[in-house]
Design a protein around this ligand. Structure first.
Ligand code: SF4
Length: 423
C-alpha cells in the first residue's frame, strides 16, 4: 500500500524498514539481470561451470537484449536447461504498457519483476534535448571506454571502441533520443509542485530494476550502442541519491556491461548533500553529469516549494557540489521549474543569476515551465515570462536554456510521473 506524504510536510518520509529493498523475499526465481560480470561468474562457479561463460551471459542479456535463457545460443543446450531447472532466469524488467504522445514521446509502465505487479515509469523522448544544449558535451563519445568485462560480440559497436556519436537518421526516424529513468517507486522528497510526490515512497528500486528500464527501452527501439546517440537522465520517479548504492550500481552496469558512456548520463538531485558528497568521490569513468533541482532563487522560497531545503539549504548544497572534480567542458546544470507568480518574476531571475555567479561553478540553467498536474495549485507561466526570465539570465552572463515540455498529453513531462493510466 502506498504511503502518501502529508501535504506540506517538511519531513522526508523515511523508507519503511519493512519495505522490500532487495529481491530476496519476493522472488521465487533467480534473476540474472542486474548481476555484473563478476557476480555472473560466481553464479556459474556455483553451477560447476567455467567462469568465462559469464561473459557470454553478460553479452546476451545486456548487449543483445535477450530475455529468455533458452535463447542464449552461445550456451550449450545442456547448460541452458540446467540454469533454468535451478531457477535461473534472465528476469529483465519488461514494458507492460505504452502511452504515445503526439510529439513522439513514449511513456512506459515498466514491470519491475516477473510476477510482481509493481510498475515504475520510464520515458523515451526522440529528439529530446535532455537539457544538454550548451553544456559542451554534445561531441562526447557515446560509448564507454573499455572495461575488462566487455568485449566483442555486441549488438552495437564493438566494445571498447571510442568514436564520436553521429547522426543515425539513415536507420532510425530519430537523430538522437533521451531516456528518462526512475530510481524509486514514488518519492519521499515531497516537492510541492511534483505529481510523483503525491505517491509517497513505496520502495527503492534495485540496480537491475533501474538498469532494466534502460535496456528494455533500448531493446524496444532497436538501439545500437555506439552507433545511435542516446542520452540517459535519471530524472524519473524518485530521488536517486536516496537510493544511492542501487543507483550507482545501475550506472556501473550500464557503463561496464551495456557500454553506455557516463558522459551521456545526467543524474538530478533535489540536493541530498550526503549523496552529493559520495558522488564527488566516484571515478570520472563512472560518474554521470550532475543536475541540481534548484527551482528557487533563495532559501526562503525554496523551503516552501521544496521542504527538503530546510534540511540542506542552498549553500550547503553548493559547497558539496564544489567538491566534484569536473571533467573538461563539463558544467553543473541547475534545473529551475518556473511557477507562475512564485518563481518566475523578474527579481527572481536577477537573484538567480547572482546566486549562480556566486557559486563560481561552471554552470548553466535549464528553465522548465511548470507542467500542470491534478491536485497541485500552481500556475503555468506564460511563454513570454519564461522568455523574459531566460533573457535576464543571459544578460547577466548565465547560460540559460528553455526545455520544451515533452509528452504533456500523456503525463510524461517533468514532474508528471505518477503511474497514471490515463491515455
Ligand atoms: S521533483 Fe523529484 S525529488 Fe521532488 S518529489 Fe518529484 S520525484 Fe521526488
Amino acid at each position: 500500500m502506498l504511503r502518501v506524504v502529508p501535504e506540506n510536510s517538511d519531513q522526508l518520509v523515511p523508507l519503511n524498514p519493512a519495505a522490500p529493498d532487495d529481491n530476496s523475499a519476493s522472488l521465487k526465481s533467480r534473476p540474472l539481470f542486474g548481476l555484473d560480470a563478476p557476480a555472473l561468474a560466481t553464479v556459474l562457479a556455483g553451477e560447476g561451470e567455467p567462469i568465462w561463460r559469464a561473459k557470454q551471459i553478460s553479452e546476451a542479456i545486456y548487449c543483445q537484449y535477450i530475455t529468455e535463457i533458452s535463447s542464449v545460443t552461445t550456451l550449450s543446450l545442456d547448460l541452458r536447461q540446467k540454469l533454468a531447472s535451478h531457477g535461473w532466469q534472465i528476469g529483465r524488467p519488461a514494458i507492460a504498457k505504452t502511452f504515445q504522445s503526439t510529439d513522439g514521446t513514449e511513456r512506459y509502465l515498466v514491470q519491475c519483476r516477473p510476477g510482481d505487479a509493481t510498475t515504475v515509469e520510464t520515458v523515451w523522448m526522440p529528439e529530446g534535448d535532455d537539457g544538454e544544449a550548451g553544456d559542451g558535451t554534445d561531441n562526447e563519445p557515446s560509448v564507454a571506454p573499455p572495461f575488462p568485462a566487455r568485449s566483442e560480440g555486441r549488438v552495437g559497436k564493438k566494445a571498447g571502441a571510442l568514436e564520436p556519436s553521429h547522426n543515425n537518421s539513415e536507420t532510425n526516424p530519430w537523430r538522437r533520443a533521451t531516456i528518462c529513468v526512475s530510481s524509486q517507486v514514488g518519492c519521499a522528497v515531497n516537492c510541492q509542485f511534483c505529481l510523483t510526490a503525491k505517491l509517497g515512497l513505496q520502495r527503492n528500486l534495485t540496480a537491475g530494476e533501474i538498469a532494466g528500464q534502460v535496456v528494455a527501452v533500448l531493446d524496444r527501439h532497436a538501439v545500437r550502442v555506439g552507433r545511435d546517440r542516446v542520452n540517459l537522465v535519471f530524472m524519473g520517479m524518485g530521488e536517486p541519491f536516496l537510493n544511492y548504492d542501487n543507483f550507482m550500481a545501475a550506472v556501473r552496469l550500464l557503463v561496464e556491461e551495456v557500454g553506455l558512456s557516463p558522459q551521456r548520463m545526467t543524474v538530478s538531485t533535489s540536493g541530498i548533500v550526503p549523496g552529493i558528497e559520495r558522488f564527488a568521490q566516484e571515478p570520472s569513468e563512472l560518474r554521470p553529469k550532475l543536475a541540481i533541482s534548484l527551482n528557487a532563487p533563495n532559501d526562503h522560497i525554496r523551503a516552501v516549494i521544496m521542504p527538503i531545503n530546510r534540511k540542506w539549504p542552498i549553500w550547503t548544497i553548493m559547497d558539496a557540489v564544489r567538491g566534484i572534480n569536473l571533467r573538461p567542458r563539463e558544467r553543473i546544470t541547475f534545473e529551475y521549474v518556473l511557477l507562475g507568480g512564485v518563481t518566475d518574476r523578474p527579481e527572481d531571475a536577477r537573484q538567480l543569476a547572482r546566486l549562480v555567479r556566486r557559486t563560481g561553478l561552471p554552470a548553466k540553467v535549464n528553465l522548465i515551465a511548470w507542467n500542470p498536474g491534478p491536485g497541485i495549485a500552481y500556475a503555468t507561466p506564460d511563454p513570454a515570462s519564461v522568455a523574459d526570465f531566460q533573457k535576464t539570465l543571459i544578460a547577466d552572463g548565465i547560460p540559460a536554456y528553455i526545455r520544451q515540455p515533452r509528452g504533456r498529453d500523456i503525463f510524461a513531462a517533468c514532474g508528471q510521473l505518477k503511474r497514471t493510466i490515463e491515455g
